[in-house]
Write a protein that binds this ligand. Sequence first.
Ligand SMILES: C[S@@+](CC[C@H](N)C(=O)[O-])C[C@H]1O[C@@H](n2cnc3c(N)ncnc32)[C@H](O)[C@@H]1O
Length: 340
Amino acid sequence: MLPSGLVVEMLYRIDDSKMPIRLGSALRVPSYAYEAWGIRGDPAELRKLSEEAYTVEWENGSPRQMQYVSDAMKRAGYGDFPQMLREANAGEVARLVRARKGPVNICDVGAGLSTVTIFDGLDDNDKNRVWITMIEPSRDRLMSAAETLQRKGFRNYTPVVGTDMQKLAETPWGSKPHVVSYVAAIHHHSDLEPPIKLVYDVLADDGHLVVADWHNPMWEHPNRVYGFLKTLDWKTKDRDMGAFVEMFPNAIVDAPLIRDPYEARAMRMIQSFWKGWGLVRTDAIKRGEFEPRDDIFMLEGHRTLRMQRRDAVKSGFVPEKEEQLLEDSSLLVVSSYRKI
Ligand SMILES: C[S@@+](CC[C@H](N)C(=O)[O-])C[C@H]1O[C@@H](n2cnc3c(N)ncnc32)[C@H](O)[C@@H]1O
């Protein structure tokens, strides 16, 4: 029998409780990097364990978690990247709606502020011909976004509590969705193929998958994480770094060079974000306001754009548009894939 809940959280995870930034389980890194992390086993079983490790983080997620993420980005000296992604995603969704006649079904997966931004970004004469399904495992975050839509006078939406893998197939669509969007959400899968294939199956024939996400190669190798951790300071650093090397021996083996300058810059930027997150988190703890459910964990399924595109193409999608939001880095990209 597979372990679940708290037990899964502890798999491939060192005791990170004293660290300024918590790592979480390495089961969450992109599955193509499992070998480098020394994670072995039946791929289907590992996939289930990884999904479980993610669910524990998100189903209790707080609305404030998103505010801290934006604060961390600002603290790192960058703009409000989460909102930039939402707005660029909303721009692409509005373009796709504009190009269609009649009623349009939109589904926002990992719904929240991104859904409100989609609504705001629609042309005024399109706002009354869309129906938006919002799929999100955190009930609090979902309801808080739904209330905002209500306040704006929008009624054509269905909030659904759950994950994509649980709800996409069973949501009672009036007709199939024409646009499915994920804003900073699809990387919560170590393996992108199952959710992308599922989206492909539920979409209307000429429908679109829009993925607005953070891309970087940081989580492909434990040596990259180890190198970053070396730059931080905390009381139990020697003990925790030792535990990291013991659990992930490749931590002290050089990772492959990153040859693409856009990816290299994306990795430096994500490192700055995590430094910012550490500061925001420490300040919130000092003020006595940080709750365990506000936390996010560093080891994540973010991957390079190339690897995401590879999985979309394997699932049958055709890349139609890729909008890189930052001039010198591939950190933030909105990708639009068409079902053919
Ligand atoms: C970084 S947040 C972004 C939220 C929202 N899209 C926005 O931009 O404001 C990621 C969201 O994805 C949700 N999530 C994580 N795994 C998911 C899954 N498998 N299916 C649906 N949503 C998921 C989380 O609960 C979280 O709300």
